[in-house]
Design a protein around this ligand. Structure first.
Ligand code: ADP
Ligand code: ADP
Ligand code: ZN
Ligand code: ZN
Length: 791
């Protein structure tokens, strides 16, 4: 046979080939990726890395797998659109390991999602004494009732039990949730005040309003006496008396104590439906307390009576994973050796990946994005599957430079098991271990979407691309740091692992909070700062990466308020109503109601979206599109990038200063490439955070907390972020950043370093001072890494 054909076959076998990819901003690119190797995709934010890796390669793999199901089953599945690409070869099954959180299902814990809990139930059913039953006897998701009860599956679905089942381990008082809801009285009533002085802190209960008179003018209570001076009876009548008739002022009236009244009114409503200030009150006042019956273990008494080495399953699940491993090593029964082996493998993988400080009873919904991603990774490390394509989205998120080495080792291990590993990543430490690098760019959005470099890491370091030039880039320490204008005092912080921490956070400067994953940074900043600032009278704004609530019609233009001045300008230029130019009112395409997409709800599966055929995704009625401003119609304006729109609205007959101002702030946060009409739900976490930040740029003063703002940012983007942070501080704001990025640390005015380790080995402030002092002392892990970096 023709030797060239044979060579070609061998090639195809070892390569994933992508030909003519045009998804989102990709410019008809072709690329070949070696199989069973580690490839890293680099490029500035918005250059097209996700469009290539997730939107094209992983999407097509998933679509091809779906196609292998019978047409009958496919009829029930959403039909995934084919990515915009001419041809693909050599794909294998793709598994996505992303930063999506693990959902807020209260029955799901780190133990249930990793199978660690199932293995521990096995262990207790074999070795626990007294012996109380099979593995289900230790499950907090299975009730104690035998017949006629209700069992609850992990997804919360209830099943009526019609036949005999094993007795489960669920605590009957909290139904296995481990918490009961409670009200924080201090947030509802100020006991030092009288009713007439405004003792009731609930929105809508004004001291002289009729809601308060319902208490102060009943004759039951004295409106001028501070609540703390009430007798037992008065206090009970005020707070807890159940609804009933009383005689007051000579009339029969209905009276109900404050707490039952609130439970019946605002606390029984869906918080999402409440006005923002009432919702904020509910979040302050409704607290969860550990269930007193099971001490928060979710388990009934009989499940907790059975012990191994002196501990019950609840106590074992509450240990941090590194301690759990020690406890398991002490079990020497050969009958359970394989089970112990699997459990130890799980614990060791978790520790290797930087999750050793977590406990298996941790509700999975409370894990951060990076922790969720590493948890998913643990599930795959144990897998016997090979020749899979693993796709990672910035696996180093949330990791200190010290933790990155361990993450790198795991990525290499996955490769060495015969898998293809594709990683979108910016950190030089991880780019350095790549067998193959694909660098996208040169810019973002329409200025990106091409391949600037592909080849070895050594080649990249020598290549004249933005990434290549930045690889050897080293930040230097600032010559001078700013002087603080005061301090936020945190005293005796003890939430989670914090060990009675006292710390002063300087105001009016850039403060960076660092420390290894699990050292207590979020616990300190999110847990303690809110209350400290309340006392200091400062308003703290948390600018995070969480999803932005809104309808499917929301986009950067609607979210930032940009659409308002634009609509008005269109209306004025055409002498028609502004409402016509909004995709959620009369100008909307009636078929898709302004969504541009038709959404088909399948009930039991993901909703399917397909472009609206009537408006071609433009979202407006044809008539509306005939109105123009300086030659463009509203759909064309919404299709502009922020940078182009900024130029458009800055001068000439389309000059709209209010719009230009908002667009300038969006450019300042590095979103110049974003299209005005791009649905908000397609933005990455980093983009969401930056758009929120843009909204605050115009405000005066204030304290801003940013959690890992370099997520999703290329080294070149990080320079822009630092300029932006400087701009905020120079405008009089206090900026507190939780970060691991050395360039950001070097740029700080003040560093607070937590540690020394994670979980119970952390929780202390191990250094506070300037970056120069941190480097000079080298007394902490962060100090060592920063010293090496600025070298
Ligand atoms: P990166 O991963 O390099 O940050 P992306 O692939 O996410 O870049 O984005 C490349 C370009 O495509 C950007 O301009 C982005 O705004 C745009 N984009 C990304 N997702 C979508 C989408 N679902 N619909 C429209 N445009 C998108
Ligand atoms: P960092 O932000 O430095 O990564 P965290 O503050 O998230 O660290 O975690 C510090 C410790 O507190 C860890 O042991 C972690 O498991 C624990 N912790 C954090 N959040 C919670 C939570 N919601 N419930 C229970 N424990 C938590
Ligand atoms: Zn309970
Ligand atoms: Zn339509």
């Amino acid at each position: 046979s023709d030797p060239r054909t044979a060579a070609h076959d061998a090639d195809t076998h070892d390569l994933i080939r992508v030909q003519g990819a045009r998804q989102n901003n990709l410019k008809d690119i072709s690329v070949e990726i070696p199989k069973r190797r580690l490839s890293v995709f680099t490029g500035v934010s918005g250059s097209g890395k996700s469009s290539l890796v997730f939107g094209t390669i992983a999407a097509e793999s998933r679509r091809l797998i779906d196609e292998t199901y019978s047409t009958f089953i496919q009829g029930f599945m959403p039909s995934l659109p084919r990515p915009e690409v001419d041809a693909m070869e050599g794909l294998t099954t793709a598994i996505l390991v992303d930063q999506e959180r693990l959902g807020a299902n209260p029955r799901s814990t780190l133990g249930t999602v990793t199978d660690g809990h199932a293995m521990l139930r096995q262990l207790f059913s074999r070795l626990g004494t007294p012996h109380i039953g099979g593995p289900t006897a230790f499950s907090f998701n299975i009730p104690t009732t035998k017949v006629g009860g209700v069992s609850v599956t992990e997804s919360g679905k209830k099943n009526v039990i019609k036949q005999e089942i094993y007795l489960g381990g669920m605590c009957p008082a909290c139904e296995g949730r481990g918490v009961v809801s409670d009200l924080d009285l201090g947030a509802i009533v100020d006991e030092s005040k009288s009713l007439n002085e405004g003792a009731i802190l609930v929105p809508g209960y004004k001291a002289d309003g009729w809601m308060v008179k319902g208490f102060s003018e009943t004759g039951l209570l004295d409106g001028d006496k501070p609540i703390e001076d009430y007798t037992e009876t008065e206090r009970h009548d005020f707070l807890y008396k159940e609804k009933g008739k009383i005689k007051a002022l000579g009339m029969n009236m209905t009276y109900q104590g404050l707490i039952p009244k609130l439970r019946e009114s605002i606390f029984s409503k869906d918080p999402e439906q409440l006005q923002p200030h009432i919702k904020a009150f509910v979040e302050r006042a409704a607290v969860f307390a550990p269930c007193p019956t099971c001490d928060g273990t979710r388990l009934n008494a009989s499940a907790r009576s059975s012990k191994i080495r002196g501990l019950d399953i609840g106590e074992v699940c509450a240990m941090q994973v590194t301690d759990l491993a020690e406890w398991l090593r002490g079990i020497e029964d050969p009958g359970v050796a394989p089970l112990i082996g699997s459990l130890l493998h799980l614990c060791d993988s978790m520790t290797e990946i930087g999750l050793g400080y977590l406990s298996l009873d941790r509700p999975s919904g409370t894990l951060s994005g990076g922790e969720a991603q590493r948890t998913k990774m643990v599930r795959h490390l144990g897998s016997a599957l090979t020749d899979v394509t693993y796709v990672f989205d910035e696996p180093t998120v949330g990791l200190h430079p010290h933790d990155i080495q361990r993450m790198n080792k795991l990525l290499l291990d996955l490769r060495d098991k015969g898998n293809t590993v594709l990683v979108v990543e910016h950190k030089p430490e991880t780019i350095a271990i790549a067998d193959h690098v694909v660098d996208l760019g040169p810019g973002a959005g329409s200025e990106g979407g091409t391949i600037c470099y592909e080849g070895s890491y050594e080649g990249l370091a020598a290549a004249d691309t933005l990434t290549g030039r930045h690889l050897g880039h080293r930040a230097s320490l600032k010559e001078t740091v700013r002087t603080p204008k005061g301090h936020l005092e945190i005293r005796g912080a003890r939430s989670h692992n914090l060990r009675d921490v006292d710390v002063d956070i300087p105001l009016g400067v850039l403060t960076v909070v660092t420390g290894v994953a699990g050292s207590g940074k979020s616990s300190l900043i999110h847990g303690s700062l809110g209350s400290a600032s309340g006392a200091a009278g400062a308003d703290v704004e948390f600018v995070d990466q969480s999803a932005i609530k809104g309808s499917r019609r929301s986009n950067p233009a609607t979210y930032t308020g940009l659409l308002e001045p634009i609509r008005k300008a269109f209306a004025k230029a055409n002498d028609v109503k502004p409402a016509l130019f909004s995709a959620n009112s009369e100008g909307a395409c009636p078929t898709c109601k302004g969504n541009g997409m038709i959404y088909t709800e399948l009930g039991f599966m993901e909703t399917v979206a397909s472009p609206c055929e009537d408006c071609g995704g433009k979202r407006f009625q044809p008539l509306v599109l005939e109105y123009r401003l300086a030659g463009l119609n509203i759909a064309e304006v919404l299709d502009l990038s922020v940078a182009t729109a900024h130029a458009f609205f800055s001068e000439g007959e389309s000059k709209v200063p209010a719009a230009a101002k908002i667009l300038e702030r969006m450019s300042d946060v590095g979103l110049g490439y974003l299209k005005l009409g791009q649905p908000l739900n397609t933005l990455s976490g980093g983009e969401r955070q930056r758009i929120k930040l843009a909204m605050h740029l115009g405000e005066k003063g204030g304290t801003y907390v940013l959690d890992e703002p370099t997520t999703g940012l290329h080294l070149a983007d990080v320079d822009n972020l630092l300029a932006l942070l400087d701009q905020l501080v120079d405008a009089g704001k206090s900026v507190i950043v939780i970060e691991h990025h050395q360039a950001v640390m070097a740029h700080a005015d003040w560093i607070i370093d937590l540690g020394p380790g994670a979980g119970h080995d952390g929780g202390l402030v191990v250094f506070e001072g300037t970056p120069a002092e941190l480097v000079a002392k080298k007394s902490t892990l962060t100090g060592e890494h920063l010293a090496a970096y600025v070298g």
